[in-house]
Design a protein around this ligand. Structure first.
Ligand code: SAM
Length: 361
């Protein structure tokens, strides 16, 4: 006897579990946990291989090798400590100041690096008699955005994305009149505070000299208020992403955040352009090789600044500036806008993208 319509539906429901469970009882498909577990560094390498081989052609091979090899550090001498003695000690390690001979206006800053091809490491810094650490270990290329900004003693400076604070320290060592150091992350701002405590004497950490805040930089409300603005944005941190699983921006759970980076970077650069006074300078920087996060962001921000806010800013030539550092850093030769330090086995600093913008009105 043929089954009735009701029986046929019942049989279908029993065979097919999707019909049996009510919507609220169905197991939720979690794509992040159901997809095969691929590590963040592995995904980063896949992404870089497909994008950077197109962007850089044959040169990508040597950059890739350097990125996967040990990074070089520089020791930024604490200008508030006993600098002469520190420099004697660093010289005794056969490292040399990579800034002093090449960049007279930045003479307040001294950063020691080992010669090209020398992969020695600096020992951890010690505290001096006042409890201040003698030097700050950082990628020496991270000082280029600070030097390009050319901070002078009478300047009011904004560091919009400041934590953990290597560049903030360098700008404070240039004795600017006032520095606002901001970072939207509260935990990272606390880290920045600890860095300042370890390197800056307490009498210079007053509110009228340095102010630390944890605001969203895209909403920066002080317009036309600063002579210099550093916009060192969150990015794909290419070297970190290839090496560290922890907090990796290429992990599947952070995919949306990564895709939104260029929009966030553009908003932050726009905020920087609004914060600087006409005639003042903004440096936009990232530690990524990606054109999407570098040149394209600068172009888009300039366009929006002009159309939405009537702000005109011009990109400044940095080639002569970079020429002064060519013995220490390896610069990409074909950067359309701004300059890019690319990792190289003999000079394994970077990536560091720098673009200097002068606001005209
Ligand atoms: C590349 S890191 C800055 C490094 C820092 N300039 C230094 O030299 O140590 C980018 C920073 O941007 C911060 N950030 C992300 N989104 C932000 C936002 N909307 N406003 C301000 N800071 C933000 C992150 O917390 C991160 O600390």
């Amino acid at each position: 006897m043929a089954a009735s319509m009701a029986e046929r539906i019942l049989v279908r429901r029993i065979r097919c579990p999707i019909f049996t469970a009510r919507r609220e009882h169905r197991p939720k498909k979690k794509w992040a946990s159901t997809l095969p577990a691929v590590s963040g560094p592995h995904l980063a390498l896949q992404y870089f291989d497909s994008n950077y081989s197109l962007q850089f052609g044959d040169v990508w091979g040597s950059m890739r090798l350097a990125l996967l090899s040990e990074q070089k550090y520089g020791a930024l001498v604490n200008a508030f400590s006993r600098t002469e003695a520190i420099m004697v000690n660093l010289s005794a390690l056969h490292s040399a100041d990579c800034l002093r001979k090449e960049w007279p206006p930045g003479a307040q800053l001294s950063c020691y690096t080992f010669p090209r091809g020398d992969l020695s490491r600096f020992p951890a810094p010690r505290a001096d008699a006042l409890g201040l650490l003698e030097y700050y270990l950082m990628d020496a290329a991270s000082l280029l955005p600070v030097l390009a900004l050319n901070v002078q003693p009478d300047h009011r400076v904004l560091d919009l994305c400041a934590a953990p604070g290597g560049k903030t320290l360098a700008m404070l060592m240039q004795n600017c009149r006032f520095l606002a150091a901001n970072d939207s992350s509260v935990s990272r701002t606390n880290r920045l505070r600890r860095v300042l405590q370890s390197y800056i004497p307490h009498y210079l950490r007053t509110e009228d000299r340095v102010r630390v805040s944890s605001w969203d930089g895209t909403d920066w409300a002080e317009h036309e208020s600063y002579d210099r603005v550093l916009v060192d944005v969150p990015c794909t941190t290419d070297r970190h992403s290839l090496m560290e699983e922890d907090n990796n921006i290429f992990s599947r759970v952070r995919m949306k955040e990564r895709q939104r980076l260029p929009a966030l970077q553009t908003s932050l650069l726009l905020a920087g352009l609004r914060a600087v006074t006409p005639g003042g300078d903004v440096v936009y920087s990232t530690c990524s090789l990606s054109q999407l996060q570098n040149e394209f962001v600068v172009e888009r921000a300039l366009e929006v600044a002009a159309t939405e806010y009537g702000i005109r800013a011009r990109i400044q030539e940095l080639r002569p500036f970079c020429e002064m550092f060519k013995d220490t850093f390896n610069f990409h030769v074909n950067c359309r806008i701004g300059e890019l330090v690319v990792p190289h086995l003999a000079a394994n600093f970077g990536p560091m993208y720098i673009c200097l913008l002068r606001r005209e009105r």
